[in-house]
Design a protein around this ligand. Structure first.
Ligand SMILES: Cc1cc2nc3c(=O)[nH]c(=O)nc-3n(C[C@H](O)[C@H](O)[C@H](O)COP(=O)(O)OP(=O)(O)OC[C@H]3O[C@@H](n4cnc5c(N)ncnc54)[C@H](O)[C@@H]3O)c2cc1C
Length: 431
């Protein structure tokens, strides 16, 4: 029986049992077997097995009364918060790490619970700058360890009420003090996990609207001067997003990840893994929705036939399936070649290659998020009333897939970045 909590059962017992997490994983695995290396597949299965056990042991129903933040410590203990890196500097060493490993982790967790997966993605965004810029400072290493071991979720504070897409012209200010600390003043908004996080990474600027004077800070939310309210996003009701005010918030010098003038560079450095992570989440949503719809269409009968056998259903599912498979192969190829380059250049990818990857990351973010929107909507549609009621996770896929085009830079901003790259490529190519 599917482990769901709902008031009224709309789907019959037999079909509901077939829609279990175990069967949805099995559908995914049978699709991915020919694409993945043995190592990738083994790691995917490892995370899936953990999620299956975790769901069963804790009687998780994915109902509205569960707090997905309660689950973080258990996933942290297993090392499933981020696999983008191995964290040897804080003695958290993984055999399986890199973007490809993180794709496996993301798919397994997202299919287990999409909102939990999205919250985890925001923590990864806070981990990355601390990983890159800890410089061996004990205070930063302590924060890094808390984040990767699930002691605290993390958040990244870029967006402001008046500065969204135009993120580099910030209004939040940072004033350097004689002792090397900074005083921050300003307002941030829409920061995933912030109300639940002990550690956040924030950007501010020495001179308002001047991107050249941006700096990057690690903040402990227990410090004086931090005020945070929850912003409600009804499409992801289990996630806590923050609207924060910094009122003379003092950041000691040990917590400055990038001083004045370094902030913009640090912001852009994080964008490739961020956009790839959103693409991973989007493709995971496609697989999650497809698994439900394919199992359902093979069982649901109308006019005395399984609905899959009607062209209107079967051909549409085939179309969505082909697009999702191809997107997965493309994304996996990107992740694998990124990992190869990290290894080849000992973690410091040369600027010309990383610049080319900025365009690739935008291409994936642009198409994967659009695909999630299409696949999740169409799969829900193909399940009729069963897709729209609360008996499965389909309504969560429908809702969460509407958000992905906005987070991490909107569709239009990705198009803008790609169009700039086309100008650059033209100049590089045509004499
Ligand atoms: C669920 C959720 C989670 C989020 N998580 C985080 C987070 O963790 N941390 C964080 O810092 N932020 C986060 N954000 C904020 C998100 O990154 C911004 O909402 C996004 O960048 C868009 O900014 P905005 O909302 O101010 O929209 P605006 O920038 O005001 O854009 C409004 C519309 O105008 C379009 N537009 C703007 N400029 C241009 C242009 N030059 N050309 C063409 N069209 C343009 C946009 O595409 C959009 O359609 C989150 C947002 C949401 C909804």
């Amino acid at each position: 029986m599917e482990n769901r909590k709902f008031k009224v059962q709309a789907i019959n017992d037999e079909i509901l049992a077939k829609l279990s997490l175990k069967n949805r994983y099995a559908f995914l695995n049978n699709n991915l077997t020919p694409i993945l290396s043995q190592k990738e597949f083994n790691f995917l299965r490892e995370v899936e097995r953990f999620c299956l056990r975790f769901e069963k042991k804790n009687n998780i129903t994915h109902g509205p009364d569960e707090d997905v933040y309660d689950w973080i410590p258990a996933f942290g203990e297993q090392g499933y918060i981020s696999r983008q890196h191995s964290f040897d500097m804080v003695d958290v060493v993984y055999e399986n790490w890199g973007l490809a490993a993180d794709l496996m982790r993301t798919i397994a967790i997202d299919i287990f619970d999409p909102q939990f997966g999205m919250g985890g993605g925001a923590t990864v965004l806070a981990i990355n700058p601390v990983y890159e810029h800890h410089e061996g400072v004990p205070e930063r290493l302590e924060a890094l360890k808390d984040l990767i071991t699930g002691k605290s979720p993390g958040a990244i504070l870029i967006t402001e009420p008046e500065r969204g897409s135009d993120a580099v012209h910030m209004l939040t200010t940072c004033d350097e003090q004689e002792d090397g600390s900074f005083i921050l003043n300003g307002t941030k908004i829409f920061n995933t996990n912030a109300p639940k996080s002990k550690w956040v990474v924030a950007y501010a600027t020495a001179e308002r609207n001047n991107g050249n004077t941006m700096a990057q800070f690690l903040i402990n939310t227990e410090w004086d001067g931090w005020f945070c309210e929850r912003v409600n996003i009804p499409w992801v009701p289990k996630l806590y997003l923050g609207k924060e005010q910094f009122k003379n918030l003092r950041v000691p010098k040990e917590y400055i990840l990038g001083g004045v003038g370094k902030g913009r560079e640090h912001l852009f450095e994080g964008l490739v893994p961020e956009r790839i992570a959103i693409s991973m989440m989007s493709v995971s949503e496609c697989w999650g929705a497809l698994a439900y719809a394919v199992i359902y269409a093979n069982n649901r009968k109308q006019f005395d036939q399984e609905i899959l056998k009607f062209q209107g259903v079967g051909f549409l599912l085939a179309d969505l399936w082909a697009k999702t498979t191809n997107m997965t192969i493309g994304l996996l190829k990107f992740c694998e070649s990124y990992d190869e380059k990290v290894e080849k250049f000992s973690g410091k990818i040369p600027k010309n290659i990383s610049q080319a990857m900025v365009a690739s990351a935008s291409q994936f973010k642009y198409q994967a998020t659009a695909l999630s929107k299409e696949v999740c909507y169409e799969c829900t549609n193909l399940m009729g009333g069963a897709g729209l009621c609360d008996n499965t996770l389909m309504y969560e896929y429908l809702n969460i897939s509407r958000i992905q085009e906005i987070v991490g830079g909107s569709r239009q901003i990705q198009q803008y970045i790609m169009s700039l790259s086309l100008r650059q490529l033209y100049k590089m190519s045509v004499s």
